[in-house]
Design a protein around this ligand. Structure first.
Ligand code: AMP
Ligand code: GLY
Length: 412
């Protein structure tokens, strides 16, 4: 069958790479894809991810059987609905169900109603009320703008002054929706869960992301600076509780409220003294979690999608090896950074996945904040870490930075 992958980042690069290995798949297309994906897919960078009409036309003209949507924006904007109207199968939720990621408030209200463990919260829809609230709330307090923000709409304020600055930033006008959340302490992990209505199958391998820009979890939040899997120090009991208390109930809750989710639900969880609680839901694979998880996955992703569609058991198989991925990002990211800087030294045979590079004549130059993820595999996390930093050293560029402590939580 022919499969079309939507999106242009490293997650979509690994999705195309992984799907290509499936004996069920004859050809992969990518819209818009990126120049580094041409080894695994027919890439159409001239079609925008936002041009739903052209994507539907393309899918019909090319006899696409399945469309796999990588990023959140086309999901929350209803691309899946448009394709399904034309009887094209889509892996990725429709617009209504994608609100679980698109609106923090939607997700919080659902969790509250169905008693799914998460931080306590208060929604405030007006700047003056927010300023009054932070005079007496507990600190630290977490401010989250409603709506998509590429991992950057979250402010953790430890003092009143920081909260004032946060309010100024998240309410550019008098009115606006911001969720104020209790600060939770603990270790975070990412659990991808296949969901079809109330049928929910969590991956039996979790990953851990590194959201902050700099070593030791310092600096601003980013889309993710590196990830690894499995996570040996987070035990089976936690995973079982996350399944029982979060994954199964949220799938049932969505269906009970009339939302039919089909795709992968990303559960961003934190291990508190009371057990795992939800930090966020995403309606898609994590990036860079997908790069490490799909590299470790030995079983057939396309077969898993078909089994999910049929609500059949999903038989994951994983390599024995651990996988560590380190993101190289443009200096200045997640704030301002320059583009058009040359990057070389990497290969495209599964050791690197490209997020923000494009080809100019014969050289790759940067075109985004997160640029390229290097991967390392090893018999345990420590040896995978040693390997990945060897792969990082191969990359030649003076325009990039990266964290040096990816996966250390599993090693210490
Ligand atoms: P989000 O975009 O909701 O995933 O938030 C980005 C990051 O902010 C998370 O990965 C956490 O590290 C942190 N964060 C978000 N909400 C909370 C919370 N309630 N307590 C502690 N940290 C949080
Ligand atoms: N790596 C976090 C995310 O994809 O949202």
């Amino acid at each position: 069958m022919k499969v079309l992958v939507i999106g242009a980042g490293g997650r979509e690069h690994v999705l195309a790479h992984k799907l290509k290995q499936s004996p069920l798949v004859t050809k992969i297309f990518a819209i818009p894809g990126n120049d580094a994906m041409t080894e695994v897919a027919q890439v159409h960078t001239h079609i925008a991810e936002t041009d739903h009409e052209q994507i539907v036309t393309f899918a019909k003209q090319n006899d696409i059987e399945w469309v796999v949507i990588g990023p959140e924006q086309p999901l929350t904007e209803g691309l899946a609905d448009k394709l399904q109207e034309e009887d094209i199968k889509v892996f990725g939720p429709n617009k209504a169900a994608a609100q679980i990621e698109g609106s923090k408030l939607f997700a919080k209200q659902l969790m509250e109603k169905y008693e799914i463990p998460t931080a306590e919260y208060k929604e405030i829809t007006n700047k003056q009320h927010a300023l009054a609230y932070i005079e007496s709330c507990e600190y630290p307090v977490v401010l989250k703008k409603d709506g998509l923000a590429a991992g950057k709409g979250v402010i953790i304020a430890t003092t009143y002054d920081e909260a004032v600055a946060g309010v100024e930033e998240l309410y550019p006008e008098e009115q606006g929706v911001v969720v104020f959340e209790q600060f939770l302490e603990g270790e975070e992990f990412s659990l991808m869960t296949f969901v079809n209505g109330d049928y929910a199958v969590p991956f039996d391998c979790i990953a851990q992301d590194h959201k902050r820009a700099f070593d030791n979890d310092l600096g601003p939040n980013t889309g993710g600076m590196g990830a690894y899997c499995p996570v040996p120090h987070i035990d089976q009991t936690i995973l079982q509780r996350t399944n029982d208390e979060i994954a199964q109930p949220i799938a049932k809750a969505m269906l009970a409220e009339g939302y039919s989710f089909f795709g992968v639900l990303y559960i961003g969880a934190i291990i508190t003294a009371e057990g795992p609680k939800v930090i966020e839901f995403n309606a898609r694979f994590g990036d860079p979690e997908a790069q490490v998880l799909l590299t470790r996955m030995e079983s057939d992703l396309m077969q898993h999608i078909l089994d999910l569609e049929a609500k059949q058991p999903i038989a994951f198989q994983w390599k024995a090896q651990s996988v560590v991925g380190v993101m190289l990002a443009s200096k200045g990211y997640p704030a301002n950074y320059e583009k058009g800087k040359a990057v070389s030294g990497f290969n495209l045979d599964g050791n690197y996945f490209v997020s923000g590079l494009k080809k100019e004549e014969d050289t790759y130059v940067t075109s985004g904040g997160r640029v390229i993820l290097a991967l390392g595999e090893g018999s345990d996390i420590a040896s995978a870490k040693a390997k990945v930093y060897e792969a990082v050293e191969q990359i030649k560029s003076d325009a990039l930075f990266y964290r040096k402590d990816i996966s250390d939580k599993a090693i210490r």
